[in-house]
Write a protein that binds this ligand. Sequence first.
Ligand code: NDP
Length: 316
Amino acid sequence: MPARLLVVVKSGGAAAMPEWRAAFAHALPEAEVRMWGDPEIVPAAVTHALVWEPEAGALARFPNLRLVISTGAGVDHVLADPDYPRHVPLARMILPETRDGMAEYVGMAALMLMRDMRTIARQQAEHHWRIPPEMPLARRTRVGVMGLGALGLHAARYLATLGFQTSGWSRSAKTIEGVTTYHGMGQLPGFLAQCDIVVNLLPQTADTVGLPDRARLSLLPRGASLLNAGRAAHVVTADLLALLDEGHLHTAMLDVFDIEPLPQDSVLWSHPSVVVTPHCASTPSRTDRAHRAAALIRLAETGAPIPDLYEAARGY
Ligand code: NDP
């Protein structure tokens, strides 16, 4: 077993390494930090991996890995590797900054959708002065959050503090002050039927891929809007575009895409009812994430419980 700590990093490429190295030098000075793919790495010496979208089979080449840490909150990009070494604990990157950033993005989006800012932005581009017929208010607007996990729960609480009539849907039953809660597939139709704005913050699992499909999105009230800040695979794009084109849905604000960066020829860029943001809802700085990774590695090394671990039995 290797005695020293050797952390390999795959996130942001060579350009990001000085920042990762500087942060680890401060937070975990006893560790050697190497860039993913460095030909001088001896696989048996690697103890920890901090990764985003590792190539299939790559992690399995490190026989003495003690912990894998995702550089993001989601781990679907690691689990996509069929050879991922499942005996090695896999930690999600959840910082206070991740929660706050997502909550503020969701709050901003809900206010923008409520005020129909995409129409106002288009009017500005066309030099067209048109005052909206009615002034909407958060306290008259119903926002529902799908997924009440690390990020969804915080976002729902934030929406409630902004004054929205807030609800949330999760797998298991919950009681959250100021938030009306629904759970399980049986309560999904009732949840969707009362959302003027629905926010997707589910994790990507076998059960959640394609879950907000055409039939389920049709259960939203006519004129409702969707915000997807979870994963692109959750929402069937063709279904979404059909419902927008038919006028059942008003606006889709999307932060996550099947291919990122979004290809130049994607219809989503210029669809009149779609707002595109470049997967920027919540990405804490590399320095903050390296410090968090260092803290997780220290916990793992002392045998203490590691927070935010992926649980294979539930799939997230
Ligand atoms: P979590 O794994 O913490 O969320 C789990 C939540 O989803 C729980 O409430 C869980 O229910 C619920 N859930 C899981 N499966 C089901 C199901 N089948 N039916 C109903 N509810 C279900 O995820 P996070 O909060 O960490 O992340 C949310 C999403 O945000 C992820 O997709 C992540 O990848 C994405 N993300 C996006 C970012 C961006 O910048 N756009 C940044 C960071 C994350 P229960 O409570 O009962 O367990």
